[in-house]
Structure formats: C-alpha cells, structure tokens
Design a protein. Structure first.
Length: 90
C-alpha cells in the first residue's frame, strides 16, 4: 500500500533527512533510537524567528535534546557536529 500525505501536508525536506542521518552517524545511534528534528517559533528577543530542536530518544535510556538557534535549512553538518559533540544535551 502506498501512502500519500494529507492535503496541505508536505513531505519532510531532503535537508531534514540529511540532518537526521548526520545525527545518527555522529552519535553512532542504532535503528531502535528515534531521532526527531523539529522547527519551532522562537519567541526570545535577539534570536532568529525559527529554531531547530534535535531530540534523540533511545528505547532504553535517557532522552537528549539540543536547540540550535537557526532554521533547519541553514544548519550545516559542521554546525550540527559542533552542537551535538561540544554542548551538553538538555
């Protein structure tokens, strides 16, 4: 069965898929660990209007979350690497 998106719902962008794949590779995650990347509206003064939240949810263990104060489409793999490996998850 081929599933189609609901009207008005876009498929995830190829860049978001690349970011998810990069998170998996950088952190050495297994297939049972969920990686969620969302764009949220940032209400803090002095930050871009959109921020990107990366969440890693293992089947067993503690969830981790990082917030990057940029729209997902502007995040490079190097910026992602710096955030994931050099900043403590919250």
């Amino acid at each position: 069965m081929h599933l189609e998106p609901r009207p008005g719902i876009a498929w995830p962008s190829p860049h978001l898929r690349e970011l998810k794949d990069a998170v998996r590779a950088l952190l050495g995650l297994d297939d049972d660990t969920a990686v969620i990347i969302r764009q949220l509206i940032c209400g803090q003064v002095g930050y871009p209007r959109l921020e990107t939240v990366v969440e890693v949810l293992p089947m067993d263990g503690k969830a981790h979350r990082w917030t990057l104060h940029r729209p997902a489409e502007q995040i490079t793999e190097n910026e992602l690497r710096a955030s994931l490996l050099h900043h403590r998850p919250i």
